[in-house]
Design a protein around this ligand. Structure first.
Ligand code: COA
Length: 367
């Protein structure tokens, strides 16, 4: 049975930064309160022309470059997102088209902030089963579009960004070791964007009621998160047959420093074992774990051969954890430049649209 290794990684955040001081000009809050209660100092906010696919493509090209893989080598693209560009089509399909990943199947996965763990596990399981050889797993969000900038209890938390991993099959032991996924829909009302779906289709009244905004019971979510972060970590270690001492790093969902500290206390681990970068990005939802991982790898914190646990929670409610051994790129010949495929991908997309148009005209003539 092949192993699923993480062989490429990349991240992308919008250049526009919103500091706590900036937010204090919009709502009744201040930098000291936000830092003390969340640990967040600033977050990145997408411009009008930046979308989950834009950020997702940028992160993916970096990941493919490190993996030395062409977009056309990919068998599968999974995009985890809670801020998809449309209800349908899937954001993953937009990314597939922009990358020129002509062979890949593509779908979105919706498990809120736990989504990247779910998606990575799904990609890894498809490789482990032998049905595919490579997968691109992306977490991408522009949740700022759904933030009510008059609600001080939520607008301080969220930021935009994307992270992407390439998964590849290898006979070498390692890569994704185990994963656990959980849900409890009885808490579905605790964190939600209620409007725009089929229960509350967009209308004047959904907009007047603010149903298109993120609504959250912060205290309940906080309590739930502190309960599950430590237990999911312990559970995934048992599945992997590892003890906590055999793991060098815990990479938690970057929601609130107090939640991460509570989880560390629960496991009696020093904070030095936790990868934390929420001060600069806020909660980027499903993108937070890959963004934290990419930064830690680039800084030389996470090294090949080390073992780690990614652990997250979010709306749904969902929570989960994934244990992995960090290996790095599989040595390969040649030098691939995935960014060059973007031009060809654009041409291909235009040509396919034109052909579809001509085909439509011919088909109508035949009828
Ligand atoms: N600035 C200043 N005061 C604020 C504030 C802000 N941005 N937001 C809330 N407050 C006030 C409240 O109105 C309340 O005032 P009151 O005592 O006069 O009523 C007081 O601060 C305490 O509010 P509380 O909600 O208990 O604060 P908290 O310490 O629990 O922090 C959150 C609030 C939202 C930061 C915290 O509950 C949290 O992080 N929850 C988890 C959210 C999360 O992770 N969501 C994403 C899941 S993926």
């Amino acid at each position: 049975m092949p192993y699923a290794h993480i062989t490429g990684w990349g991240m992308s955040v919008p250049e526009q930064v919103l500091t706590n001081d900036d937010i204090s000009k919009m709502v009744e809050t201040n930098d000291a309160w936000i830092r003390e209660r969340t640990g967040i100092q600033e977050r990145h906010i997408a411009r009008d022309n930046q979308f989950p696919s834009t950020l997702g493509v940028e992160a993916s090209i970096k990941a493919l470059k490190i993996a030395n893989l062409r977009p056309t080598d990919l068998d599968l693209i999974i995009c985890s997102t809670s801020s998809p560009e449309y209800i349908f089509p899937a954001t993953a399909c937009l990314i597939q088209d922009q990358l020129g990943a002509t062979k890949a199947g593509a779908f979105d996965l919706s498990a809120a902030c736990t989504g990247f763990i779910y998606a990575l596990n799904m990609g890894a399981q498809a490789i482990r089963s032998g049905s595919i050889k490579s997968a691109l797993v992306i977490g991408s969000e522009t949740l700022s579009r759904f933030v009510n900038w008059k609600d001080r209890s939520t607008c301080i938390l969220f930021g935009d960004g994307a992270g992407a991993f390439v998964l590849q099959a290898s006979e070498q032991p390692g890569g994704v070791l185990s994963a656990v996924m959980h849900s409890d829909g009885s808490g579905s009302d605790l964190l939600t964007i209620a409007g725009g779906g089929s229960r509350h289709p967009s209308s004047e009244s959904t907009v007047l009621d603010g149903k298109h905004y993120i609504q959250m019971d912060g205290n309940e979510v906080f309590r739930f998160a502190t309960r599950v972060m430590a237990s999911a970590t312990e559970e995934v270690l048992v599945c992997a047959g590892l003890t906590i001492d055999q793991v060098q790093w815990i990479v938690p969902h970057q929601a609130n420093i107090r939640i991460i500290k509570a989880a560390a206390r629960g496991l009696k681990l020093p904070m030095e074992r936790y990868i934390v970068n929420l001060e600069h990005y806020g909660n980027t939802s499903t993108a937070s774990i890959p963004i934290a991982m990419v930064e830690a790898v680039e800084k030389g914190q996470i090294k090949p051969g080390e073992k780690l646990v990614m652990v997250g929670f979010g709306a749904g409610l969902t929570w989960g954890a994934l244990a992995a051994e960090w290996t790095g790129p599989i040595p390969s010949k040649g030098h691939v430049r995935p960014e060059q495929y973007r031009f060809f991908a654009r041409v291909r997309s235009v040509v396919r649209r034109a052909l579809r148009f001509i085909e439509g005209l011919l088909y109508r003539r035949e009828l």
